[in-house]
Write a protein that binds this ligand. Structure first.
Ligand code: FEO
Ligand code: CA
Ligand code: CA
Ligand code: CA
Length: 603
């Protein structure tokens, strides 16, 4: 119904019907406008997008691929004028490049099925892929109720897998990050697989490096000291052939290069020539995101999850205090502080274990010679500290009441004898959300409480064990929570990754989830994506009138799956969203949702 349900559901909108088709769908009374598409010009001199003749030079001046995290950094304090900062997580070659897919028949479970095979990459294609990674910073402005990008924006910038960056903090200059191209161990080229992220209170852009392992190929020399380290993070992952043309992605040739990825990158967006800094004090792992909050004592707390089955939730507490009246005083706050890893106790206590060299088991005896070793091998440090192995920690978002929400997307590999209170389902296909409740609203506390907000999945199927409230309709349930946002009223919006038509009869989307009162655990569908896409980066402006969402990889149904009687690939995709014109491939795009006629969203 359109009215608020007697105070138990604090969001006011008419729910979208779950389903699947070629389009996006938003709740009645709202506009969902395309703002930025892959290939869009973001500088006055950017070449027009020509998908049949793409080049790395052109891509470096155009919006990148697979938009993930979105942040809005107001200019002059305005919610109608600012910098949109957007991560470009990875590339889908089969959807980006013409003529590189061949359809072959293979045997699967005794049946012949079609599978799309992607041609091996040449140098030109790899350089486009590298230029399509990273991030974009684009000035945008709302005029006459509609958002426009400003190509002449002085701060507009593309960051790619080649952009010069610096390592800062305890790992900078350490032997384990020195390479033949950088004997100082300080200068790195580029950032990889930037999934979610954050915006700091002082208005910098944080890019989280997630699945960096996939970019490395080759074999380490036998007995190399990084063997155990690389095994723990899955290097080489061999997802991309960049190492065929760029030695630094070949671990046989540059064994230390992978230690220069897996960090949080901080970008000063006000200076388009600034050198982004990899803040090593925040640890090295597959960072999903890095959401910040100023604690009541002025220290800054950053929550960050490691998205892999059986990996950990972390937080970082700065040593210094945020200075709201002097931006430059905050610029190196992230270099000093304490990293903690989470242990979710069975009784609902949350213990944050400090990751400090020399404390507890983090000693030379266990292979940690210095704080740099603890940070480079954060996962192994978490292992020896006895952190809780989680069901793929994605976004961790501070709320407005000293609380925080942890998205745990799924973990079908968890066995019956591996369940614990915080990860209570074996073969957890649909994930769950945990709420952290800090004592006295103190985000820096080393002991807190936790409880499960909701176990996800279809509540009408008893075996699934979902715990959405009984007010949740068939449209309102979801699986695979991934990114989330908390609006100015403290309400939770959850974006998903992996609700596929084959498994769930629905696409991914944004759901409004009640977290307080009688309606706790009630969820309603607000927006859904076109077929094959995933929903990332939900970001609402402080005035609650603009909701930016990132539609990632439309038409990506996987290379061996034919739900619509055809594989998804450049020439015959299952949707040509958002352009719907022949010859134009489906394009990952940022969409901005506003209330028709203006006003706050879902109020
Ligand atoms: Fe890039 Fe954890 O999703
Ligand atoms: Ca994610
Ligand atoms: Ca978020
Ligand atoms: Ca995702």
């Amino acid at each position: 119904s359109e009215a608020r349900a007697s105070g138990s559901f604090s969001f006011n909108f008419k729910e979208v019907e779950a389903g699947v088709d070629e389009m996006h769908h938003v709740a009645e009374g709202y506009d969902a406008d395309i703002l930025l598409r892959w290939g869009d010009a973001i500088f006055a001199d950017s070449p027009a997008f020509d998908p049949l003749n793409q080049s790395a030079d052109a891509q470096r001046k155009q919006f990148g691929y697979n938009n993930d995290f979105i942040g809005f950094i107001p200019l002059g304090g305005s919610d109608e004028h600012g910098l949109l900062v957007v991560n470009h997580e990875y590339t889908n070659e089969e959807l980006m490049f013409p003529g590189i897919v061949t359809i072959v028949e293979v045997e699967k479970d005794g049946k012949k099925v079609k599978k799309a095979e992607v041609a091996e990459a040449d140098r030109a294609r790899i350089d486009i892929e590298m230029a399509a990674h990273g991030g974009s910073i684009v000035e945008i402005r709302k005029e006459g109720g509609k958002w426009q990008i400003r190509r002449d924006g002085r701060m507009n910038r593309r960051i790619t897998a080649d952009t010069p960056m610096m390592l800062s903090g305890p790992v900078a200059g350490h032997d384990r990050v020195k390479t033949s191209a950088d004997r100082s161990g300080v200068e790195v080229l580029g950032t990889l697989n930037n999934c979610a992220g954050g915006v700091t209170p002082w208005g910098t852009y944080l890019m989280a490096e997630e699945n960096f392992h996939g970019y490395f190929t080759g074999e380490l020399p036998a007995g190399h000291r990084e063997e155990a380290n690389f095994k723990r993070v899955g290097v080489p992952g061999n997802s991309y052939a960049w190492g065929n043309f760029h030695d630094r992605f070949h671990v046989g040739k540059e064994p230390n290069e992978p230690n220069r990825f897996g960090w949080i990158v901080e970008v000063d967006v006000l200076d388009p020539n600034s050198t982004p800094k990899k803040r090593t004090a925040l640890g090295r792992f597959k960072h999903e995101g890095c959401e910040t909050i100023v604690n009541k004592d002025g220290r800054v707390v950053i929550y960050t999850g490691d998205d892999e089955r059986f990996d950990y939730v972390y937080k970082f507490v700065t040593a210094g205090i945020y200075n709201p009246s002097d931006r430059t005083a905050n610029m190196d706050l992230l270099d000093e502080g304490t990293l903690y890893v989470a242990r979710f106790e069975e009784d609902g206590t949350l213990n944050w274990l400090p990751m400090v060299h020399g404390e507890g088991p983090l000693t030379a005896e266990n292979g940690f010679e210095s704080q740099a070793d603890v940070l480079i091998e954060s996962r192994r440090a978490g292992d020896v500290l006895g952190a809780t192995k989680m069901d793929r920690p994605e976004d961790v978002q501070p709320g407005k009441n000293g609380n925080a929400f942890v998205m745990l997307t799924n973990n079908t590999k968890r066995k019956d004898d591996q369940i614990n209170a915080a990860n209570p389902r074996a073969k957890n296909a649909f994930g769950h959300i945990i709420e952290i409740v800090n004592p006295d609203q103190d985000h820096a506390a080393t002991r807190a409480k936790w409880e499960i907000l909701v176990k996800c999945g279809d509540p009408s199927i008893a075996e699934v064990g979902a715990t959405f409230s009984s007010d949740t309709t068939q449209n309102g349930w979801f699986g695979m929570p991934d990114n989330c946002a908390v609006d100015a009223e403290g309400r939770l919006w959850v974006a998903t990754d992996g609700n596929s038509p084959a498994d769930t009869g629905r696409t991914d989307g944004v759901w409004a989830v009640e977290t307080t009162g009688e309606g706790r655990g009630t969820s309603r569908l607000f927006f859904r994506v076109p077929v094959g896409a995933e929903l990332c980066g939900p970001c609402m402006t402080e005035d609650m009138q603009n909701f930016f969402v990132a539609i990632q990889h439309p038409a990506d149904e996987g290379l061996d799956w034919e739900p619509f009687g055809r594989p998804s690939y450049f020439e015959d995709p299952s949707t040509r969203w958002p352009d719907f014109s022949d010859g134009m491939p489906p394009r990952p795009s940022v969409v901005v949702i506003t209330k028709r006629g203006g006003g706050k969203i879902a109020i």
